[in-house]
Design a protein around this ligand. Structure first.
Ligand code: ZN
Length: 329
């Protein structure tokens, strides 16, 4: 055998080795696929269920409690939060829009009595999400009755009569105000974080609703998303900025369950266990829209509604939460 033949033989042996290595690898891959299912992508870990469906007297909190009450103000929003350190926060106070020409003031007749029943003397923070009458019309009664630490707004000056009335009382009671915008994030007490998801910092949407302040609250493993009256445009903007980070256990459905809010992609990203709809019985707007209810039912989300449940209170130790319905205990 000359030198050239030896070289050729070595090359053949080398190629043969590579071929066998390939066959071995391929066989191992097929074998592996057969037993572990190579066609399925790795599954995203499913969100742990933290909703504890037990009566209130069976719930034993493991740490100091946070409570959130969706106050029944008829057609409107009002949410009262008490943190584990005892900080008190009110988001909106319901209200009757001026054009309804009604004397009913849910601030005076629902929110103030509820806060008094909770022995509240001071509100550390009041948040006026946007200038619509069904959110801020009730705020003046609250400002007159309780001592207020700070009032937050979305920063838009409005010519709506309810806004002007609220600012008259802010001035007369000498209440300090500040503005909340997207990407603000702060601890409202030692263990409760507030993330402000909307309105955007550098522009406003057309119309009041989409400029409303949307807040994500996080206490331990439990999170809430308070969406006020935001609609598709603001939801899309929030998804663009935050993506799946909007995921929350409890979602306050936007704009009383109107057809213009709660897009499928938004709902999918939030992926809540519980939906709360703040809505008046037999309201003129057809809220909540049947299509929104169907979306929630299809996604197997538990629905609570202030028109059917009255005041709805969520209590949590940061690990699990329970829900108390005033009318359906
Ligand atoms: Zn509203």
């Amino acid at each position: 055998m000359n030198t050239k033949s030896i070289k050729n033989l070595k090359l053949k042996v080398k190629n043969c080795g590579l071929f066998f290595a390939f066959i071995l690898h391929f066989t191992f891959y097929i074998f592996n696929c057969f037993f572990s299912g190579c066609a399925t992508l790795p599954k995203e870990p499913s969100k742990p269920k933290v909703y504890l469906e037990v009566p209130a007297n069976e719930y034993k909190p493991l740490a100091k409690e946070l409570s959130v009450t969706f106050i029944d103000v008829g057609q409107g929003d009002s949410i009262f939060i008490k943190t584990p350190d005892g900080k008190t926060i009110l988001i909106d106070a319901g209200g009757t829009p001026y054009w309804k020409q009604s004397d009913y003031d849910p601030g005076e007749e629902a929110v103030v009595p509820f806060l008094e029943s909770q022995k509240i003397k001071k509100l550390d923070f009041v948040i006026a999400t946007h200038a619509d009458g069904d959110h801020i019309g009730g705020i003046p009664a609250v400002l007159k009755r309780f001592s207020i630490g700070l009032l937050y707004e979305n920063g838009i000056v409005s010519d709506q009569p309810e806004y002007e009335e609220m600012h008259k009382v802010i001035d007369s009671e000498r209440i300090v105000t500040s503005v909340l915008k997207q990407n603000d994030s702060f601890y409202i007490d030692s263990s409760v974080n507030f993330e402000i998801l909307s309105p955007p910092r550098d522009f406003y949407f057309e119309g009041e609703n989409n400029n409303a302040i949307a807040i994500r609250l996080i206490y331990g493993d439990v999170s809430f998303l308070f969406t006020a009256d935001i609609e598709y445009e603001s939801e899309d903007n929030i998804l663009k900025i935050y993506g799946d980070k909007v995921r929350s256990n409890i979602l306050k459905i936007g704009h009383h369950g109107s057809a213009t809010s709660t897009s499928e992609k938004f709902l999918k990203a939030v992926n809540p266990e519980i939906a709360v709809i703040s809505v008046g019985a037999r309201n003129n707007f057809g809220h909540p829209y049947s299509g929104v209810l169907a979306k929630l039912q299809d996604a197997d989300i538990n629905i609570y509604r202030t028109d059917e449940d009255g005041n709805i209170t969520v209590r949590t130790d940061g690990k699990k939460f329970i829900i108390e319905s005033e009318k359906n205990p």
